[in-house]
Design a protein around this ligand. Structure first.
Ligand code: G6P
Length: 614
């Protein structure tokens, strides 16, 4: 939530920061702004709306300067308008600041500052912070960097900030707590700072990830110094980025979401590469190797997640309970963290998060850790906060996901959970050898089968054209297809703004069936397997109320075909793996409906991809 970018070096800062903001726009697109230091002092450009509006606005203005900070906003405090847009300036206009996070005690701080004569122009918590820095600097007669440190000692909340001051135009000051910040070390004494590595990768692959309560001072041609908030100097740990620039481009697709949907055969394969050997009958996740026994002996596994990742966790619950016989609980991270949960040292808590930055998921993990549980992570973004605080974990290796609606991250998360369930079950002996071998052989075939489903695109687009104007939609599934129904409904509502609900098919009778009439599309996962006959009965119930049935079925199915208005066939696979295939038609369907309705597919209204506020 909110993206921040900054540059200092010998190149023009504006184009670098602007390009960086475009890469981070998935984090929020309510407003954008860039401040630069040049001969005129601080030039501050701010515009409501997307980064492209800011670009147009600045076109005929002097945007020179080799130091600059920029921000793309997801509004928390105050309306999305020009005044509330970052960067924010101190009262004397000499200090500029960008911020991602929330200053929880901003109200108290603001009242104190007002009493000392400070005047505020915006409704933001961020403006309070920059005034606080100014206040401390002037009263304590300290450097800007020291004022930043002292100010942060007075702050309650979450922040990633970058500060620049007209008094020291060769310096940027950055700090973080609970919100991410990465520093790229350029090849010619220049530095690139950002919320994640995507704006940095085209300039350098040497990065330092800030830890909580660390303050970095970067100086043009002088280098980087790192301190903790108590002012003790630390040695920066420089890491090498593995991100590829091409992964951040649309690669010929109209939208990132479509590209990411089509990447799934590759992303799933990348996810199990080196972790699965069908010939040797072996599955392993290197990252959690040392914790496999701990997992196998766990009293309970608790998975915490939000959004689509929570749906992946639900699929994981079916897999793990069935294959390992370990009880699993899946929790919304935001609920878990505030309800005094019972956690013991024999519990393993697994966080699932594409970004690895979701504030609630991070906080839920911290809580579990404080109670002595083993904490593991399943993340996509390498070096993210969750991946760094966990005891161990497995990356999903799906590559950067830029479309706000998650697609390839979901299938990669489910793939990791499948591997995890297989590895533990095999070790515990809760799956017999032939079942184990059958599932891993099938898993290896999944990428090709996903590609086969993707070839149904035109057929799915046609179905989308029929139901694009429906005001509501119902998604039904049973067993491990129930989370697929939830995810299908979420995909539709988040990008096309159609009201959609996912339900366990049988539960439909306890309410949603009242909604069904001839206008209502009902999407059903009716693949061959344990619940097939039951789902067929549920389809009959919908038919009897004249609902429109769009069913995802196993290739060759005739029974459902005879009842449904439309069917989408997916290849046969082991029942445990059906979610990996059944979710694909719903991703495509939502995509096409949203495009036909003229919605902004990659940046749906009010949403952000990385939710770093609770
Ligand atoms: C946001 C995104 C979703 C995502 C959720 C959890 O709501 O829009 O796509 O599923 O956050 O994010 P995480 O990065 O923790 O998976």
């Amino acid at each position: 939530m909110c993206g921040i970018v900054a540059y200092i070096g010998d190149k023009e800062a504006f184009p670098i920061v602007l390009k960086g903001l475009k890469r981070l726009e998935y984090r929020g697109y309510d407003s954008a702004g860039i401040a630069l230091i040049n001969n005129e002092g601080i030039a501050n450009f701010k515009q409501k709306g997307k980064v492209s509006f800011l670009e147009e606005y600045a076109e005929d203005k002097d945007s020179s300067g080799t130091i600059g900070i920029g921000h793309t906003r997801w509004a928390t405090h105050g309306l999305p308008n020009d005044v509330n847009a970052h960067p924010h300036l101190s009262g004397d206009g000499k200090i500029a600041l960008i911020h991602n996070g929330i200053i929880e005690n901003y109200d108290t701080l603001r009242e104190g500052l007002k009493a000392r004569g400070h005047v505020f122009h915006s409704e933001t918590d961020t403006e309070v912070l920059v005034h606080l820095i100014e206040d401390i600097k002037n009263n304590e007669k300290v450097s800007t960097a020291e004022a930043v440190r002292l100010a942060l000692n007075n702050v309650i909340g979450a922040y990633a900030i970058v500060v620049m001051s007209i008094e020291n135009p060769g310096q940027l000051i950055a700090a973080r707590k609970s919100s991410p910040l990465v520093i790229g070390i350029g090849k010619s004494g220049d530095f690139y700072l950002a919320s994640d590595a995507t704006p940095i990768v085209e300039y350098t692959n040497e990065v330092v990830y800030l830890d909580d309560e660390e303050i970095a001072i970067v100086e043009r041609n002088k280098g980087l110094r790192l301190y903790n908030i108590q002012n003790q100097e630390k040695t920066p740990y420089i890491q090498e980025l593995e991100l590829q620039l091409e992964a951040l481009e649309k690669g010929g697709y109209e939208h990132f979401m479509l590209k990411e949907i089509h990447e799934q055969p590759r992303s799933i394969r990348d996810c199990f590469r080196g972790r699965l050997n069908v010939d040797k009958g072996w599955v392993g996740l290197g990252g959690i190797k040392d914790y496999e026994q701990k997992l196998a002996n766990a009293n309970r596994i608790i998975m915490v997640a939000c959004g689509t990742s929570w749906h992946a966790a639900l699929v994981g619950e079916y897999l793990i309970e069935d294959l390992t016989r370990i009880p699993v609980e899946v929790e919304y991270a935001s609920e878990f963290r505030y309800r005094n949960p019972i956690i013991s040292e024999n519990d393993v808590v697994i966080a699932i998060s594409q970004s690895g930055e979701t504030a609630d998921t991070l906080a839920a993990l911290e809580l579990a850790k404080s109670k002595g549980a083993t904490i593991l992570g399943i993340c996509n973004v390498v070096g993210s906060s969750i991946s760094r605080i966990t005891d161990a974990g497995s990356y999903t290796h799906a590559g950067p996901e830029i479309g706000v609606a998650s697609t390839k991250a979901f299938t990669a998360q489910v793939t990791v959970l499948t591997l995890m369930a297989l590895a533990i079950g095999h070790r515990k002996g809760t799956i017999n050898e032939s079942k184990f071998r059958r599932i891993i052989s099938e898993l290896e075939l999944i990428p090709d089968k996903v590609a086969e489903v993707l070839r149904e695109n035109d057929h799915i687009e046609h179905i989308a054209s029929i139901y694009k104007d429906a005001a509501n939609a119902l998604y039904l599934g049973r067993g491990n297809s129930f989370p697929v129904a939830l995810e299908g409904a979420l995909k539709l509502k988040e990008i096309s703004y159609i009201h959609a609900e996912g339900y366990p098919a049988a539960e439909m009778k306890h309410g949603p069936i009242a909604l069904i009439d001839e206008e209502m599309p009902v999407y059903v996962i009716a693949t061959k397997g344990t619940s097939y006959e039951k789902v067929v009965s549920n389809i009959q119930e919908v038919k009897a109320r004249k609902g429109k049935i769009i069913a995802v079925v196993t290739k060759g199915d005739t029974q459902v075909k005879g009842m449904a208005d439309h069917v989408i066939e997916i290849p046969e696979t082991d029942e445990h793996l059906v979610p990996l295939l059944a979710t694909i038609p719903f991703q495509l369907l939502s995509y096409h409906v949203a495009v036909m309705r003229g919605c902004n597919v990659d940046q749906p209204r009010n949403l952000a991809k990385s939710v770093t506020v609770e």
